[in-house]
Design a protein around this ligand. Structure first.
Ligand SMILES: Cc1cc2nc3c(=O)[nH]c(=O)nc-3n(C[C@H](O)[C@H](O)[C@H](O)COP(=O)(O)OP(=O)(O)OC[C@H]3O[C@@H](n4cnc5c(N)ncnc54)[C@H](O)[C@@H]3O)c2cc1C
Length: 529
């Protein structure tokens, strides 16, 4: 298998610009789809901001119906079940274009992701027939019920239980799920609970399809949130809720496989939609800066404002390059395996590390851009009347859900350690004086030193500060390399893109050097200059 189709393969070899997917490769009919999504959000959603924020009865559900009529809830449903089954980068770009109003974007992202993919990827034929055409048309909506009051990051510690009834025909579910997006208008939840006792030789953490109109299922009140106020976030409470025995999704005791793989999907989609929101926030700030005058000049012409906009343009370019490269690689990997449910699953597992990179990169890009955009609005940025305040409020959640950014920083080195231990990846120092090669060499030295110091993943886990540095080095290298390769692939490179790559590379080298320097002291190893 080529390094391109090994998740993390870019760390062990030079990557080729020909091999990566970039947004410049989208076809005109794809662009038409992106335009439909964007116009829907500009024309139908954005004007209803106040009603959305106030959670006016029926507004979000009505917009979801309109979105379904435009095909925006069938992006990843297989064609065999009336969906569009778009290539992953196309589906990602459609969602990115819905990200101006983030409550709407989240509702759509859940419907096209964690609220339907459990059946796409793990359902049996009967379950697929029962749910997927209805998800595609928007007749039914799903939600993903993993988190509990006592178990968030430590999701497998869930206390919810599933007991088989005495006659063996029903599961009896008890427990409370916390923070469930779209619960307020969903028809079904994918609920994770622990099977009590031995059932067909299996037990433990499992996933169940729970229609929300089941007797014994109730919802908590809508949460009063800092941002994305228009999205539905409620508890799903199960008190002796009985569902048919056939409603187990996948295998009993294998719920963790569903939970973690669905999260991988959620992570890359969060990265891409955060990128979209960052672009909208940036556009609003730039437009304002070109109109607002102080000291007789447009504020956009002041050096410090130019530096902010230049930095934002470069960061957006780098994150966009990384996101579509990884999603393109995942798609190519899935296609090479036959592109069925098992292939899609295998490709998401293969690129789990990149999914975490995209989640961190997208959410932290959005945090920075939303904050600097508000700064460009000055005092008006602090007023709800202008868009910047809402972008800042709405952006904050992105660093928390789909695995907090701390958890994702743990996932990355852990996953790489597994790939190295299994022989799939080997990190070595290679010849070359280009910046990207030098950063990879520093990383290889640091990671190998950490491995010989700490041995296994338990040893790594006891040294989280080291893991965080390694994760941040990986993210910096991946984004800088992706931007560099993208520009190399472009026919007519615009100056702004060349400048973006130069800036991002320079800053990445400085960052990687600093992180490696800290690790060198800690691990008592010499890092190549
Ligand atoms: C608006 C919203 C929508 C959501 N939607 C859904 C949904 O649809 N379905 C669903 O199942 N869940 C959903 N969630 C839940 C979300 O995924 C969790 O909030 C998140 O995983 C964190 O869990 P927690 O809130 O319990 O925080 P905790 O796990 O208690 O974490 C608290 C802090 O400790 C840190 N921390 C925890 N463990 C470690 C560790 N090992 N090392 C270092 N730091 C650590 C965390 O990074 C965090 O900073 C949603 C949450 C919100 C707020």
């Amino acid at each position: 298998m080529s390094d391109q189709l090994i998740g993390g393969g870019w760390l062990q070899a030079a990557s080729s610009s020909d091999a990566i997917f970039t947004v410049e490769q989208f076809e005109p009919d794809h662009e038409a789809m992106f335009d439909t999504a964007r116009r829907f959000c500009d024309e139908q959603v954005w004007p209803l901001q106040a009603e959305i924020e106030a959670k006016k009865e029926g507004v979000m559900a009505g917009l979801m119906d309109q979105a379904s009529e435009l095909g925006l809830t069938m992006l990843d449903i297989p064609e065999a079940y009336d969906g569009l089954e778009l290539p992953m980068p196309v589906s990602m770009r459609v969602l990115e274009n819905t990200a101006r109003e983030q409550s709407m974007m989240l509702s759509l992202m859940v419907q096209n992701g964690i609220g339907s993919l459990p059946v796409v990827l793990f359902g049996n034929e009967e379950q697929k027939q029962a749910w997927l055409p209805a998800f595609a048309s928007g007749d039914k909506r799903g939600c993903y019920c993993l988190t509990e009051p006592g178990s968030g990051s430590d999701a497998l510690a869930a206390a919810s239980t599933a007991v088989l009834s005495d006659d063996g025909k029903q599961w009896i579910l008890n427990g409370t799920k916390q923070f469930i997006t779209n619960a307020g208008f969903a028809d079904v939840g994918f609920v994770f609970a622990k099977v009590v006792g031995d059932v067909e030789g299996a037990t433990g953490f499992s996933c169940f399809i729970v229609p929300l109109d089941t007797a014994g299922v109730t919802l908590g009140a809508e949460e009063d949130k800092l941002g994305i106020k228009g999205s539905s976030t409620r508890q799903v409470i199960m008190d002796k809720a009985q569902i048919p025995r056939a409603n187990v999704l996948g295998q009993i005791g294998r719920g963790h496989v569903i939970a973690f793989n669905i999260l991988n999907n959620g992570r890359y989609k969060l990265g891409g939609t955060a990128l979209g929101s960052a672009k909208f926030a940036f556009d609003a700030a730039l437009e304002y800066a070109q109109q607002r005058k102080q000291f007789g000049k447009q504020i956009a012409d002041f050096g410090m404002i130019k530096r902010k906009t230049g930095q934002m343009v470069a960061d957006i370019f780098a994150v966009e390059s990384g996101i579509y490269r990884a999603v393109g690689d995942m798609d190519a990997d899935s296609q090479s395996r036959g592109n069925d449910a098992a292939a899609k699953l295998a490709s998401m597992q293969n690129y789990a590390m990149e999914c975490s990179i995209l989640k961190i990169a997208g959410s932290e890009l959005l945090a920075g851009v939303a904050d600097e955009s508000l700064q460009m609005f000055g005092g008006y940025g602090f007023l709800e009347e202008y868009p910047a305040a809402k972008y800042v409020r709405d952006a904050r959640i992105a660093r928390i859900y789909e695995g907090t950014n701390e958890i994702n920083r743990i996932v990355m080195p852990r996953t790489l350690l597994k790939k190295i231990s299994s022989g799939e990846i080997e990190l070595t120092v290679v010849e070359g004086d280009e910046s990207i090669t030098q950063m990879k060499n520093s990383f290889a030295v640091c990671f190998n030193a950490a491995r010989s110091h700490y041995g296994d993943s338990k040893g790594f886990d006891r040294n989280q500060e080291v893991m965080a540095n390694l994760a941040d080095m990986m993210t910096a290298i991946y984004l800088a390399e992706s931007a560099t390769l993208r520009v190399a692939q472009m026919n007519n490179t615009k100056q702004v893109h060349a400048d973006s790559v130069a800036l991002v590379t320079l800053q990445s080298v400085a960052k990687v050097n600093q992180l490696a320097g800290e690790l060198a002291d800690h691990l008592q190893v010499e890092v190549p200059p």
